[in-house]
Design a protein around this ligand. Structure first.
Ligand SMILES: NC(=O)c1ccc[n+]([C@@H]2O[C@H](COP(=O)([O-])OP(=O)(O)OC[C@H]3O[C@@H](n4cnc5c(N)ncnc54)[C@H](O)[C@@H]3O)[C@@H](O)[C@H]2O)c1
Length: 270
């Protein structure tokens, strides 16, 4: 019997909402471009302080169908953002992380309750907030995606309170998958390796982490935005229809080694 397997990702006619573009280097911007490459139209939600960057970034592209300011620290702003959208959507990207500098700059034993609450609300609870308000605008079998980091499950120097917040974020992904699965929706996280972005520049010692990972990971390089965006495309498309509640590592393999990969000097020669 002859049959054909179609493996191209075609998102023509699909609509995505993307939270977390701040600049050209944002992982969310790379995801937006890859979704658009597959045919999707994008609505951006951005933070007011990045307005001028967003306008110059989007002025020459044709895949943006809406742009709205929204601060996820406030429930009414997230509610109003979704209430003001027209029509139905198929994908939602949550690429948001923040911890006050006062918490990132000192060992976690000194983190104040106030800074803990801020990091948790913006970096973790905002996912629940977005999923809750998004329900009314989704087509059946829609997909959510969030971004996390290895600091959720292991100590990475300098990551501090963000590790606690990302652990909560990953737990939210599992818990929410059960709630939204009843409606056929999916939710997953990508745990990205370190990439130099605006958010990353606030993590103390970040350049040292980049330098170390480059030699320590099996692929002997750091990930780039496009590595993450390609996996995002898969997780947001129907090709991953059976995957939900998962954290998928896109980290050039670093999370699977216990010691730096280049300790083993044996190389294959041709
Ligand atoms: N860059 C990395 O090394 C790395 C690694 C793993 C995971 N991540 C995660 O990827 C996601 C995107 O970060 P990025 O590295 O692309 O940096 P980025 O600075 O480009 O993006 C961070 C985004 O969070 C948004 N944000 C912060 N507080 C907000 C608020 N109150 N309301 C609305 N938006 C808010 C910012 O506006 C910005 O768009 C974050 O969750 C980050 O933790 C990054």
């Amino acid at each position: 019997m002859a049959y054909e397997i179609q493996i191209m990702i075609d998102l023509t006619g699909k609509r995505a909402i993307v939270f977390g573009v701040a600049s050209e280097t944002s992982i969310a911007w790379a995801i937006s471009k890859w979704l658009a490459k597959a045919g999707a139209k994008i609505t951006l939600s951005y933070q007011k302080r990045f307005r001028s960057r967003i306008y110059s970034l989007t002025k020459d592209v044709d895949f943006i169908e809406g742009m709205h300011e929204c601060d996820v620290a406030y429930d009414d702003q997230v509610r109003d953002f979704f209430a003001n959208l027209d029509g139905k959507f198929d994908m939602v990207v949550h690429a948001i992380g923040y911890a006050p500098a006062t918490a990132l700059s000192k060992p976690i034993i000194y983190t104040s309750e106030e800074d803990f609450n801020t990091a948790m609300v913006i970096s973790a609870y905002s996912l629940q907030r977005i999923v809750r308000h998004a329900m009314r605008v989704l087509n059946p079998n829609s997909a959510f995606l969030t971004l996390t980091y290895l600091g959720a499950v292991r100590v990475v120097p300098g990551y501090r309170i963000m590790g606690v917040a990302k652990a909560a974020l990953e737990a939210f992904v599992r818990e929410l998958s059960v709630n939204i699965g009843l409606a056929g929706h999916r939710i997953n996280a990508i745990s990205s390796g370190p990439i130099k972005t605006l958010a990353a520049s606030h993590v103390p010692g970040f350049d040292n982490i980049l330098e170390y990972m480059q030699h320590a990971s099996p692929l002997r390089r750091n990930v780039v935005q496009d590595d993450v965006a390609k996996t995002a495309l898969f997780l947001l498309s129907d090709l991953s229809s059976g995957i939900t509640g998962q954290t998928i590592y896109v980290d050039t393999g670093f999370s699977s080694v216990a010691l730096p990969a280049d300790i083993d000097k044996l190389k294959f020669e041709d």
